[in-house]
Design a protein around this ligand. Structure first.
Ligand code: PMP
Length: 309
């Protein structure tokens, strides 16, 4: 039995008790990784109540991931957005991590089978604190470069957030844990910086901020886009360019970002201190602008907050 995380779950259009939302062992996605999913967060804000962060962009990316794999999700973006609000309300959550997932169910074995079939769909919402720890948010995490490369272009698309891709992420984060790091950082097959197991990366040196481009086997994160936008507001430009490994060792500051990890400083890479080994000034500014969106101190000029009510 899965660990109970919330009372209710949204499954194929119905809200049902968490324990009842089960699938058959012959579910196609279990055998072949044929699922696409999202990670979304909702925050409790003092000015607008519970708000989902960048819901439309997450739903669009879910539909884009499905399109790449020629999957038919039998719900519109509006229906998915509404269902997301409904499940947060039904569970009485003030803040939440939300996991929409579309997958091929018990449709039979074989790789040709999915064509023309509709996916099943689940939306789970539950409480989940800081992914890399509260202490990591303040003081930074220790990261290590993994011996695994990210996927090569034209093998599996890293721009799709598909279940199967996360075998790569698991190898990266398991190796990091085994070596005593909180998170792993992967290079692409050309040896350039790609991303963390579930986070995009920004590095700063002498006031220049750079991040790997979409061609470096990354998932182009919605938090990455948020960070670029918030930095632009502060007058900083971000350069999207191939970054060599040694730039990690010479950086003044490094930050990791993602829906789960939010905006987290990296304080060491492979045991080498980043800057003075604590959260740097630009990272601190980005963090306060980011979390300010949720306490109302950063004006939401972009309409990123969708109130649940
Ligand atoms: N890269 C990977 C591999 C991820 O799993 C995630 C988390 N979805 C990210 C980057 C960050 O993406 P986002 O900011 O959209 O959550």
């Amino acid at each position: 039995m899965a660990k109970k995380q919330a009372e209710f779950i949204w499954f194929n259009g119905n809200i049902m008790p968490w324990q009842e939302a089960t699938v058959h062992v012959m579910t196609h996605a279990i055998h072949y990784g044929s699922s696409v999913f999202e990670g979304v967060r909702a925050y409790h804000t003092p000015h607008k109540g519970t708000c989902i962060f960048r819901l439309q962009e997450h739903t669009q990316r879910l539909l884009d991931s499905a399109k790449i794999y020629r999957m038919t999700i039998p719900y519109t973006a509006e229906q998915i957005d509404q269902a997301t609000k409904d499940i947060i309300k039904k569970n009485n959550l003030k803040s939440a991590y939300i996991r929409p997932i579309a997958f091929y169910g018990d449709i039979g074995m074989g790789l040709q089978v999915p064509f023309g079939q509709e996916t099943e769909m689940v939306i789970a919402a539950f409480e989940w604190g800081a992914y890399l720890g509260e202490e990591g948010l303040q003081n930074g995490v220790d990261a290590g470069i993994t011996s695994w490369n990210r996927l090569a272009a034209n093998t599996m698309p890293t721009g799709a957030k598909a279940g199967g891709n996360y075998l790569s992420s698991q190898l990266i984060s398991m190796e990091a844990r085994r070596h005593g790091y909180q998170e792993g950082i992967a290079l692409d097959i050309n040896g350039y910086l790609s991303e963390g197991a579930g986070e995009n990366l920004f590095i700063m040196r002498n006031g220049v901020i750079s991040t790997p481009p979409r061609t470096a086997a990354i998932l182009p994160g919605i938090t990455r886009d948020t960070v670029i936008t918030l930095l632009a507001e502060m007058g900083y430009t971000v350069v999207e360019e191939n970054i060599p490994r040694e730039a990690l060792y010479l950086a003044d500051e490094i930050l990791m970002c993602g829906t789960a990890a939010e905006v987290t400083p990296v304080r060491s890479v492979d045991g080498i201190k980043v800057g003075n080994g604590s959260r740097g000034p630009i990272t601190e500014k980005v963090q306060s602008a980011f979390f300010g969106l949720f306490d109302g101190t950063t004006e939401d000029k972009w309409g990123w907050l969708t109130p649940v009510e």
